[in-house]
Design a binder for this molecule. Structure first.
Ligand SMILES: Nc1nc2c(ncn2[C@@H]2O[C@H](COP(=O)(O)OP(=O)(O)OP(=O)(O)O)[C@@H](O)[C@H]2O)c(=O)[nH]1
Length: 345
């Protein structure tokens, strides 16, 4: 039976980063993935890089709410036919893990079995998120493996987590770099280690999904770097997470600029547009009561007049792998695309 590992964690904690790490270090393990995102555009699916043997991508809502057990069985059935060693479901950052676990345990497909719950915690945001969302505590308690991510940015508050879950291993990491054997080789042990009770799996409190909303913005017009940075520096009220891709279209900067914000964090990642895709800006904003004028504000960040090339310095100082601002950064060649992404294209 193929183990189905559920990967959860609050918005922006590092699930896709961890999944990409697993995919790039799988060494012969055949992995199928289901990627679920909350926004209308499944940015996470576009950000999955590496050797995926089979992938199903679902956007626009949490799998825990939009799919019933039969839908999940259908997806698992499609993947199970592909002779995989493991299936990883990356839940949306607002999913209710209990509901997902319940649905997986109810699966009638005897080729798959529940392989455990892995929860990614954000070392920077953990205290704030759990103060704001006490309902997350219940899900923490049923995790089989807790990955404390972003330890390069903040110390993991392990004692605090222990008050919610006293038994599951807690692995502090940066950039989701866990030892893949923790999931793949030991997956059969994970659920056995935890006896899930009826109470564990039935929680009637509202989960975070209910209070978060999303705004999507797309345009094929190039964006103005200074105006967009002003938006990012003074983010609209209610915005917690923003992700997607930006097209600046300036000479030397026609690449795809992936953008990520989580709380105060902001990073850009530059890569070529996948073959066959038109350059366009696609942004998903997620938050609580996000200022409804946000899309208009983004619309006003499009280029309507001449833009100086040096304006890109406002962006390049937040580029992955760039430590200091220098004009040279403007002339660096784009990063190579991962092989798998090229193959997929
Ligand atoms: N410095 C640092 N950044 C990280 C780390 N892990 C992830 N990030 C960055 O944090 C941002 C969010 O990471 P993702 O992997 O997209 O998070 P996610 O949990 O998939 O996000 P959602 O699906 O929207 O909930 C990205 O810009 C990552 O590059 C880390 O350990 N250290």
């Amino acid at each position: 039976m193929i183990p189905v590992v559920l990967l959860t964690g609050f918005l922006g904690s590092g699930k896709t980063t961890l999944l990409n790490h697993l995919l790039s270090s799988a060494r012969g393990t055949k992995i199928g993935v289901i990627v679920n995102d909350f926004g209308q555009i499944n940015v996470d699916a576009m950000a999955v890089a590496g050797q995926v043997d089979s992938m199903i991508s679902l956007g626009n809502g949490c799998l825990c709410c939009v799919a019933d057990t039969e839908d999940i069985d259908e997806m698992l059935g499609k993947l199970a036919g592909a002779k995989l060693d493991v299936i990883v479901i990356e839940a949306s950052g607002l999913a209710d893990p209990q509901a997902m676990v319940r649905k997986l345990l109810a699966s009638k497909d005897d080729r798959v079995r529940y392989g455990g719950l892995v929860t990614v915690l954000d070392a920077v945001e953990f205290e704030r998120t759990h103060a704001e969302h006490p309902e997350l505590a219940k899900a923490l308690a049923i995790a089989d493996l807790l990955v404390f991510n972003k330890t390069d940015l903040a110390d993991p508050v392990i004692e605090s987590v222990r008050t919610y879950n006293s038994t599951a291993p807690i692995v502090p990491v940066a950039h989701g770099r866990i030892d893949p054997s923790l999931l793949f080789d030991r997956a059969p042990e994970l659920p056995v280690a935890r006896q899930l009770t009826f109470d564990d799996l039935h929680d009637h409190s509202e989960h975070a999904h209910a209070v978060y909303d999303t705004i999507t913005f797309t345009t094929t017009e190039p964006m103005h770097p200074v105006l967009l940075m002003d938006f990012l520096d003074n983010r609209p009220a209610g915005l917690y997470r923003m992700k997607g891709f930006v097209y600046f279209g300036l000479p030397g900067h026609t690449d795809r600029f992936g953008v990520q914000t989580v709380g105060n964090y902001l990073r850009f990642h530059r890569s070529p547009w996948p073959r066959g895709t038109k350059p366009e800006t696609q942004l998903v904003l997620i938050g609580k009561d996000i200022d409804s004028t946000s899309a208009d504000w983004l619309e006003a960040c499009q280029q309507t007049g001449p833009v100086a090339l040096d304006d890109m310095l406002w962006v390049t100082r937040y580029l992955d792998g760039v430590d200091d601002i220098s004009v040279d950064t403007l002339h660096e060649p784009p990063q190579e695309r991962p092989e798998a992404e090229q193959d997929e294209a």
